[in-house]
Ligand binder design. Structure first.
Ligand code: TXA
Ligand code: MG
Length: 337
């Protein structure tokens, strides 16, 4: 299959019309969003959704997020909208927030990975919403990487993973946020964050009060434990290199790694201490770290890195999302210095 790339800033009308034509025909199209690029198909068409799993090489029990272009498109997808979910939608949509609710009858089982719930998000990206609107259907879309790889934040990285697997990539430039949306479920008594993202736990607490954070956000699941969010049980965001996170100060990091042959994954300004280094954002600035992390992981692969030691982000605010992705890309290899 030939993979075409259309730059939506330059060729807006054709980007929308080609996306709509292919999606209506049951095909898969990669689209830009403010978090990461998504691999989109008609969420209500079982055969189209199956093509997403094939293009990504994704296990079929890992459910997809359904993307809408307006709040009014939520109610047909779910059996009921809990009050707190309504408050959250009004506060954070459009934006990097995905909400899980009981699904309605129109969501096919493939879209929800066999669960009786569905995840819904309204992206902030104007391009994403214009594409959804042009297609006229809700779009199921996981991140547009091959299963297990870091999520793509630009069209080139989508092309690297998806060339020959899908007919069209819409290039909307670099994703503004750089890590995936916050996923929260309203199917538990107390709403529970299953994946941290651009909307922080602190912001959610300020909006709806009590909220739990699922254990799998910060810890590896033990053998036999079931994941509330199936995506959390898979090895994820992993470059080819072996990554170890070193928790501690920069001085301890330098001392621990001295004499070793490795790539340093460090914060801006720290690279001067190392022979081979890739940076991911500024120290104590989680938003900039989120923005750089997945690109940095792909750059390590491009440079042929085999052994990587990484600096550890803060665990609050957006830093929780950065840490959640980094520990998975490191296969939970963490050393306390
Ligand atoms: O920012 C994002 O969320 C991006 C863009 C494209 O919108 N999408 C994305 O999708 O990250 P994906 O498929 O890579 O991650 C979705 C996560 C997975 O961990 C999946 O297991 C979880 O959400 N999920 C989806 N539906 C669920 C459900 N019904 N119950 C529990 N977890 C669910
Ligand atoms: Mg993903």
């Amino acid at each position: 299959m030939q993979t075409e790339v259309i730059n939506i800033a330059k060729d807006y009308d054709r980007a929308l019309s080609e996306s709509a034509r292919l999606i209506k025909d049951g095909q898969v199209v990669a689209i830009p969003t403010e978090t990461v690029y998504g691999l989109a198909a008609n969420a209500l068409d079982e055969n189209a959704v199956k093509k997403i799993y094939i293009a990504k090489g994704r296990p079929s029990d890992n459910p997809l997020i359904v993307h809408v272009s307006d709040i009014s498109e939520l109610s047909p997808l779910v059996s009921e909208i809990p009050l707190k979910a309504k408050i959250m939608a009004e506060r954070f949509w459009p934006g990097p927030l995905t909400m899980i609710m009981k699904k309605s009858g129109i969501i096919p089982s493939v879209t929800s990975g066999g669960l009786d719930t569905v995840a819904v998000r309204m992206p902030e990206s104007e391009y994403a919403r214009a594409i959804i609107k042009a297609c006229g259907v809700p779009l199921a879309a996981p991140s547009a990487n091959l299963s297990g790889s870091p999520s793509p934040t630009n069209a080139k990285y989508v092309f690297d993973d998806m060339n020959g697997r899908i007919p069209l990539i819409i290039d909307g430039g670099k994703s503004k946020i750089g890590v995936e949306s916050t996923v929260i479920t309203f199917t538990t008594d107390i709403p529970t964050v299953l994946r941290p993202g651009g909307v922080t736990v602190e912001e959610i607490r300020n909006t709806i009060g009590e909220v739990n954070v699922d254990d799998a956000v910060l810890h590896e699941l033990k053998n036999g434990e079931t994941a509330a969010s199936p995506g959390m049980k898979y090895k994820h965001y992993a470059p080819r290199a072996d990554i170890t996170i070193l928790k501690g100060s920069l001085e301890q990091f330098i001392e621990y790694t001295s004499g070793k042959d490795f790539f340093a994954l460090v914060f801006e300004g720290e690279e001067k201490y190392f022979e081979k280094a890739v940076t991911y954002g500024k120290p104590l600035d989680a938003v900039s770290e989120a923005n750089r992390l997945f690109d940095a992981l792909r750059e390590l692969d491009e440079k042929g890195a085999k052994t990587v030691f990484a600096r550890c982000p803060e665990l609050s605010g957006v830093g929780l999302a950065v840490y959640n992705r980094l520990i998975r890309s490191a296969g939970f290899n963490i050393i306390e210095l």
